[in-house]
Unconditional design. Structure first.
Length: 405
């Protein structure tokens, strides 16, 4: 790897990642050498075609993290271990036919749910959250809304009771924040999931957990629990950021002013624009080269870690020479991944229903909503992985709560 590798971190991922990706592409081409926490080397794929190549070849670019040639120098307290794990029995690190069986099990369990019931749950929880702030005339649509909605809906689909929902919200957000309560949040989540799996093994119901346990492929309770943890984390934060980033776009971009004040008419267009231009999942770890190869003009050694630069690929000038044009109905972005390890299609549909419902409820309930701060003051979380706002302060005319009516 070259000596001019780019640190994958720092404020520029928060302030101006698009310019940073352009500079990386200018200096290194479609694949950039990067350094992770502690100076650990990896490759970041920036090119659309190159990312298509990596995600489309699961044999050469494997999800098996045991292949990594850096494990000998990774300390036990490395902060990225929750993201780049070893010997984890979840779908993230399963390969080959067993992965295909596992992906089918998850897809089937999600697909068998009732779409109208999903929307009802999303609307009910969204209305409850708006009820809590609508009389005040002001709110933070991240901390008081977007960060609370997806996990409540997903928990209900999995089989948790509504009373358990708030505790799961707190635990998952603590885990995502990575602060002093992260391990406690992870423990609460794992314990709650294990108890639910055991309860549904004993008494099945019409929910995702019961359908996963009934799958004929015969996955263990531990495997099901691990996959549920992955599904909850992967389904919550990117969906919360999809809601927040879409509302920010509609509140700050004149192109979407008509849809903002006209209600629901162009919510889908704004959401699709975000997936192209402001993707919640910016960079994803990862793939490991199973043998020496070449990619984007660079020599990749066996065992090298290859990171998926989803946002950079979405804005690749080789495939999007007019990047400022509205994307319309084009959904050929990488924001849900690609290949056999992409986000399962039923999970994408669930995320879209939750996000779209969440946005529509805001527009319906708070029709004169406006930013309460200058748009330039809105800040992003300092992460190269997930891109979302720290807060979205808004003001509106106070309205009465619906109270579940």
């Amino acid at each position: 790897m070259t000596t001019d590798a780019v640190p994958l971190g720092g404020p520029r991922f928060q302030t101006d990642p698009a310019q940073l990706y352009r500079e990386m592409r200018r200096d290194h081409g479609a694949v950039t050498p990067v350094l992770l926490d502690g100076g650990v080397p990896a490759w970041l794929v920036l090119g659309y075609r190159e990312l298509h190549q990596v995600t489309g070849d699961p044999v050469l670019f494997s999800r098996d993290s045991e292949l990594w040639n850096q494990w000998d120098v990774i300390p036990g307290d490395w902060p990225l271990l929750p993201m780049i794990g070893r010997k984890q029995p979840s779908i993230l690190y399963t390969v080959g036919e067993r992965h295909r069986e596992r992906a089918a099990m998850i897809s089937n369990a999600l697909e068998e749910g009732d779409p109208s019931e999903l929307r009802r749950h999303a609307e009910r929880f969204a209305d409850e959250l708006i009820d809590a702030v609508c009389a005040a005339g002001e709110a933070d649509l991240i901390g008081q809304y977007a960060m609370l909605l997806p996990v409540r809906v997903l928990a209900r689909l999995f089989g948790f009771s509504d009373e358990e929902g708030p505790g799961l919200v707190t635990a998952l957000n603590d885990m995502i924040d990575g602060g002093e309560r992260a391990l406690a949040g992870q423990h609460h989540l794992a314990t709650s999931m294990a108890e639910l799996v055991a309860a549904r093994r004993a008494m099945p119901a019409d929910d995702v957990v019961s359908r996963m346990l009934a799958d004929p492929s015969g996955f263990t309770e531990e495997e099901v629990m691990q996959d549920l943890m992955v599904m909850l984390a992967a389904g919550h934060q990117p969906t919360a950021d999809w809601i927040g980033n879409s509302l920010r776009l509609m509140l700050t971009d004149d192109r979407f002013a008509a849809s903002l004040f006209g209600g629901r008419s162009s919510v889908a267009e704004a959401m699709n624009e975000v997936l192209w231009e402001d993707a919640p999942s910016q960079n994803v770890a990862g793939r490991w080269a199973s043998r020496d190869t070449h990619l984007g003009g660079h020599h990749i050694r066996a065992g090298d870690l290859v990171l998926l630069g989803l946002q950079a690929a979405n804005s690749d000038p080789q495939v999007r020479p007019h990047g400022s044009a509205l994307t319309g109905g084009n959904n050929a972005h990488f924001s849900f991944g690609h290949g056999e390890h992409r986000c399962p299609f039923p999970a994408q549909e669930i995320a879209e229903v939750i996000a779209r419902t969440g946005i529509e409820v805001v527009l319906d309930r708070l029709p004169d909503i406006d930013l309460a701060v200058p748009a330039t003051s809105l800040a992003r979380r300092p992460s190269p992985w997930l891109r979302g706002l720290t807060e979205l302060p808004v003001r509106f005319t106070p309205t009465p709560a619906l109270g579940g009516n």
